[in-house]
Design a protein around this ligand. Structure first.
Ligand code: ADP
Ligand code: MG
Length: 339
């Protein structure tokens, strides 16, 4: 260790859709998990939001990559570049010296040895000296202020971009765990297909995402109904520009199949939960995290169908990252972290 070396401590939520970095309990980076790569020399040209703006616009000069698929690293090279790029975005007090980095990174609860290794390798290559890992549902629970070490069972449902993870936590461990590949990306695809099929309108993922955020719904009847959303795009057949207003009711129908899949997975996880823990869950409710938790009417629909109260995290997009940040401060105390 040189005279000027110091340690920077960061927590990373490496998500399929978004990557969030926490330093000293503050969100310092919050960017979409995208890198833009030059086709000519395979170098990174942009990362995060800037790269996202290039999706579908780079022709054969720039390709945009989402390095994670279904929660796991699908493109190692791109993932490493992304982590490096995001770490560079952290505002630093001392610009002169490259710090040694202690990191806690979260991983999906069903990760295999190989997948865990991949996250560790990518993090180390990107500059991490001292890398710890934490399972995402555990981080989500901690981020929501739940005492994960207590004998009281709790259920977390984390609806991200690529996967929905359902876990029951008790005594600092994950007792039941289920992961399905139906999540935010699928809802976008449902909307994209639907707009093509029903309205002859060709749209890309970013537009589908905007439609989902504005008028996506898990119920055909909402108390605070959003206004119709005006979608603009080319007609699939004539290529002429067209404008179509879409209502939340029609999007609710279009999302029904995928939402049912999520609902059924939750029921299946409940079925596998030991009775003592099941009783705790009925008493305390089920906690929703991840961006998908923000879908209009979702918590109400699940509460009505499953007859257990669903609670949405205060800040569902940051719950996992916040919990990872708490883990960073407790690396010596939390014995469920993975080295
Ligand atoms: P990941 O952990 O996989 O990166 P996130 O927890 O960051 O995922 O959630 C991202 C997903 O949440 C995306 O599919 C995004 O479209 C979705 N999302 C974000 N905001 C909303 C919203 N208001 N309504 C519905 N879905 C949303
Ligand atoms: Mg996530």
């Amino acid at each position: 260790m040189g005279f000027f070396s110091f340690t920077q401590e960061i927590a990373i939520d490496l998500g399929t859709a978004n990557t969030i970095i926490i330093c000293d309990d503050k969100v310092v980076v919050d960017e979409p998990s995208v890198v833009a790569i030059s086709m000519a020399d395979n170098k990174m040209v942009a990362v995060g939001r800037k790269a996202q703006q290039m999706i579908g616009k780079g022709g054969n000069m720039i390709r945009t990559v989402r390095p994670l698929k279904d929660g796991v690293i699908a493109d190692f090279y791109a993932c490493e570049m992304m982590i490096r790029g995001m770490i560079k975005m952290i505002p630093r007090k001392n610009q002169l010296f490259t710090p040694s980095i202690r990191m806690v990174v979260c991983i999906p609860s069903g990760s295999t040895e190989v997948e865990i290794r991949a996250v560790r390798d990518s993090s180390e290559h990107a500059g991490g000296r001292d890398v710890y890992m934490i399972y995402e549902p555990m981080a989500a629970a901690i981020g929501m202020g739940i005492d994960v070490e207590s004998p009281e069972g709790c259920m977390i449902v984390d609806i991200g971009g690529g996967t929905t993870e359902i876990a029951v936590i008790s005594l600092g461990g994950i007792v039941t765990n289920m992961s399905i590949k139906t999540a935010g990306d699928d809802l976008n695809n449902d909307i994209k297909d639907y707009m093509g099929r029903m309205h002859n309108l060709r749209i890309d993922e970013p537009t589908a995402e905007r439609i989902k955020i504005q008028v996506g719904s898990a119920l055909t009847e909402l108390e605070d109904a959003p206004e119709d959303f005006m979608v603009v795009g080319p007609n699939k057949v004539t290529a002429l520009p067209m404008q179509v207003p879409v209502s939340y009711q029609e999007i609710a129908h279009c999302l029904e199949k995928s939402i049912s899949k999520i609902e059924n997975a939750i029921l299946q996880a409940l079925e596998q939960t030991p009775p003592e823990l099941y009783a705790d869950i009925v008493k305390n409710g089920i906690f929703l995290a991840g961006g998908g938790a923000l879908l209009h009417g979702l918590a109400k629909r699940l509460t009505d169908k499953i007859t257990i109260q669903f609670h949405v995290a205060d800040d569902p997009l940051h719950a996992v990252a916040r919990g990872t940040g708490v883990a960073l401060k407790n690396v010596n105390h939390f014995n469920f972290l993975i080295r």
